[in-house]
Every structure is written in structure tokens, then in C-alpha cells.
Design a binder for this molecule. Structure first.
Ligand code: CCH
Length: 306
């Protein structure tokens, strides 16, 4: 083990993490990629690594970095996240002491902060599975084609409530849908590389104007195209905005809607709640002792780096 490596189960120190965070910051700005930042796809990587958690069986979650294995990485829900993992690979090589599970989750918190969002509390010490034996089954991540019942089914399984579901969904301020990944197309907000509460504002602002469309692949989504910005013949067309059916359920479901309204009206409240709930997401399934060291269950320990 290299000298600067933390003991197994112990989190890297703040001093060890500083250069890792700096390397992530340096990686974010990529003019050739998407809207110019790798931040959104890094946030999605962390979310999908953690969002497999099931509180009843205490399985899944960000510990283990199971997405490196085909069993989890090949889940159609994770299509496209190989790009995020590839972006981080040179950082993992440069700082081998950090586990993939820590790196993926840490990178998302760095991205959120760098793109103008809140500082998300983060604790390290996650370890990586040595094989795919403990990788959770596919099918635990949400399907954007569905509605409020589905969101509750998926997120209650992780232990979240309605307010937390809405706060987490605010991450759709960032990034976009890619036809060759999820099959959906487009971005939720005009500036998808700046973290804000714009997503909530737009859901409400264009209520009644979001038009349901069916894409060539048969998927349905909602779009808003500002006719004034759409451009005349021969002019460059301004790209419209989109919402998934699951996004729209946040305003049609009265309990979700209360929180959409609060977050649209109060960005500070959204930032505070997002920071808390994203931190909670990244910790799902991780047991720590009084010192904050990760404690792996007997039956899990042999699956981890030691
Ligand atoms: Fe999401 N998300 N997400 N999402 N998501 C997609 C992209 C991003 C759903 C579906 C999709 C969260 C919750 C949900 C991000 C963060 C979060 C895409 C497009 C779909 C589809 C993927 C593509 O084509 O590349 C559904 C359904 C839910 C249900 O709640 C949560 C929670 C988070 C984080 C806290 C981010 C960021 C993106 C943009 C990724 C990118 O590559 O730009």
C-alpha cells in the first residue's frame, strides 16, 4: 500500500483529498463535451451509484462501486455513465488511494459546488467490491416515462419522503437527456451547467404550455419551444426545453407540488435541502463507527478491498 494511503475503512484525510478535488475541478471544463462541462454527467454517476439502495434489505448504495461490473454498469438505466467513469479514470490512476466509490461520490459534490450549487457534506471511506457478487439487481433506478406513484415506489424504497424526492429532482437543473443514452432528448433549463432553482421555476412558469410529444423511438416527453426564439427560416434554431413525464408529475401531484412551489420561490431553501438530501443519498447503506470509519458487515467485508 502506498505510504499516503489511508488505512482500509478509514476516510482519506482532508489533506489527501485536496489534490483529488483540484483534479476534479480541472476536469470539469470540457468545451468539446455536451454543454461544455462534465459536471452534470458526474452528478448523474454518483446518483446512480447510490440510487440502487434498498433500505429493507440494506443492499445497494454507493459503497462498492458496483457499476464497474457489467451486471450493474450494463443496466440500460446506466447507459452513458461509462463516459463519466472514463473522465475520472486518470484521477483514479493519479490518486490510487481513493476508492472508486469515494471518487465518484466526491466528484459529484465538487461538480455541484463548482457549477454554483451548495456545498454538499461528504464523508469518505467507501471501499470497492472485488467482484460482482454483491452488485444489486438491475431495475432499481427510476424510469422517466412514469409518474408520481413510480417515483414514490423507487424513492420510498431508499428511505426518502416526498419533500426529499422533490429536492433531489432539482438536480435536473443540470445537464441534458441524450437520445443515444436514455432515448429522451434535450435539456431542462437554458443554462444546464449552472446549478440553480430554474428547473422548478420553469415547471411552473410554462405550466399549460408544456406540450406532450412522441419521439421517433416512441418515448413521450414534454417540450416547450418559445416561438419568438425558435428562429425563422434559415436561422439557427434555439433549442427548446424539455421535461420528462416524471418531472411533470412533480406539479400534477399536490404533495410534490407544494415543494416545487417552495423551491421555485426560494433558492436558498432549495440549496439547503438539496445539500442535505444529496449528502443523505451518498451515505445510503454506509455504516460508520463513532470516528466516522466505514464499518462493513461481516458478510459483506470479504467483498471489499482490505
Ligand atoms: Fe436524472 N435523468 N432522473 N436525476 N439526471 C437524466 C439525466 C440527469 C431521471 C431520469 C433522467 C435524478 C432523478 C431522476 C441527473 C441527476 C438526477 C436523464 C437523461 C434521465 C432520463 C440521461 C441521458 O439521456 O443522458 C428520473 C426518472 C429521475 C427520477 O426521479 C436525481 C435524483 C438526480 C441527482 C440528484 C443529472 C445531473 C442528469 C444529466 C446528466 C447529463 O449527462 O447531462
Amino acid at each position: 500500500m502506498p505510504q499516503d494511503a489511508p488505512a482500509p475503512g478509514a476516510a482519506p484525510t482532508a489533506e489527501q483529498l485536496e489534490p483529488v478535488k483540484a483534479a476534479v475541478r480541472a476536469l470539469l471544463h470540457q468545451p468539446e463535451y455536451d454543454d461544455g462541462s462534465t459536471g452534470p454527467v458526474l452528478v448523474r454517476l454518483a446518483w446512480h451509484s447510490a440510487g440502487t439502495y434498498c433500505k429493507e434489505t440494506n443492499t445497494g448504495g454507493s459503497n462498492g462501486a458496483g457499476m464497474r461490473y457489467e451486471k450493474e454498469g450494463g443496466d440500460p438505466a446506466n447507459a452513458g455513465l461509462q463516459h463519466a467513469r472514463a473522465f475520472l479514470e486518470p484521477i483514479k490512476s493519479q490518486f490510487p488511494f481513493i476508492s472508486y466509490a469515494d471518487l465518484w461520490t466526491l466528484a459529484a459534490t465538487v461538480a455541484v459546488a463548482e457549477l454554483g450549487g451548495p456545498s454538499v457534506p461528504w464523508q469518505g471511506g467507501r471501499t470497492d467490491y472485488v467482484d460482482d457478487a454483491k452488485v444489486p439487481p438491475r431495475g432499481r433506478l427510476p424510469d422517466g416515462a412514469q409518474g408520481a406513484d413510480h417515483l414514490r415506489f423507487i424513492f420510498y424504497r431508499m428511505g426518502f419522503d416526498d419533500q426529499e424526492i422533490v429536492a433531489l429532482s432539482g438536480a435536473h437543473n443540470l445537464g441534458r437527456c441524450h437520445g443515444d443514452r436514455s432515448g429522451f432528448e434535450g435539456k431542462w433549463v437554458n443554462n444546464p451547467t449552472r446549478f440553480s432553482n430554474q428547473y422548478f421555476k420553469l415547471l411552473l412558469k410554462f405550466e399549460g404550455e408544456w406540450k406532450k410529444t412522441t419521439l421517433a423511438n416512441g418515448l413521450q416527453q414534454f417540450v416547450y419551444v418559445d416561438e419568438d426564439l425558435a428562429g425563422g427560416e434559415g436561422e439557427e434554431k434555439e433549442e427548446g426545453l424539455m421535461m420528462l413525464p416524471t418531472d411533470m408529475s412533480l406539479i400534477s401531484d399536490p404533495k410534490f407540488r407544494t415543494w416545487v412551489e417552495k423551491y421555485a420561490a426560494d433558492q436558498d431553501l432549495f440549496f439547503r435541502d438539496f445539500a442535505n438530501v444529496f449528502a443523505k443519498l451518498l451515505e445510503l447503506g454506509i455504516k460508520r463507527d463513532a470516528q466516522g470509519h466505514v464499518v462493513n458487515d461481516e458478510n459483506v467485508e470479504d467483498g471489499y478491498r482490505s
